[in-house]
Design a protein around this ligand. Sequence first.
Ligand code: ATR
Length: 282
Amino acid sequence: MSGITGAALVAGIVGRPVTHSLSPVLHNAWIAAAGLNAAYVPLAPAAGGFPALAEGLRGGVIRGVNVTIPFKEEALACADEASPAARLAGAANLLLFRDDGSIFADNTDGLGLLAALSLQAPGFDPAAGPAVILGAGGAARGAAAALVLAGAPDVRIVNRTADRAHALAADVGGPVRAVDPGDALAGANVIINATSLGLNGGQGPEAELADAPATAVVMDMVYKPLRTEFIARARARGLRTVDGLEMLIRQAVPSFEAFFGVAPPAGIDVRALALKTIGETA
Ligand code: ATR
């Protein structure tokens, strides 16, 4: 990294643990390629320490932060104003510390999800049919909110713990509903794994992909490994697939723009850099 001065613009990511986050890799690569006087740093407050950190950053101490597990709900709670995406998801992955002392919360995970889908499944239209989300945690909430805002006519939540699926449906509202695994996939436009199943090479979620239409797009938010068992199963059935790494990269783009006021520079392959960082080849 070159030439950080006292005038540098600073942003960061808050999470715990934050050690394995790819966000510093992505943002600092873009900063270097754009020649910005800026830095993006990891921050790991102790449990209970998030509100004090956010309060202390008011007034433009730094430009803003991305927020990851387990602080996304607290991030929304500490904001003075929030975007519709953050409110609907009930969580924020982006806080901006404005010069007037206020905190603005946004959620770019949904934009990341939709951008990854349109990049890796060209022509995909979220409004064209039912979406199926496997899981009912924070990641599933963000996906449900994004799909509702993008016009999905039916958003089906399938979860091991049915109560959590019902709670998600009640909170996000609109076309979101909890369904039984048995009849979830019929007519699906997109099927998204938002559980942690498949991480580090484990078995993916139970979903009878044979019930899905041949036109369905299958997405996995798990990106380590890049080709999860779920993605492999979808490909074996001839379905189009979208990976979670692209979603991670695409949620970082609007964050970078919000922090530094410019788009990430073209001509730098941050996907290759991220793959190298996580030890993947293709
Ligand atoms: P996140 O905020 O990343 O979404 P989370 O809130 O812990 O994390 O949610 C994890 C999701 O993975 C949940 O939907 C969870 O199902 P439960 O609500 O039933 O716990 C799902 N999940 C995790 N391990 C699972 C397993 N072994 N079988 C089925 N679902 C599992």
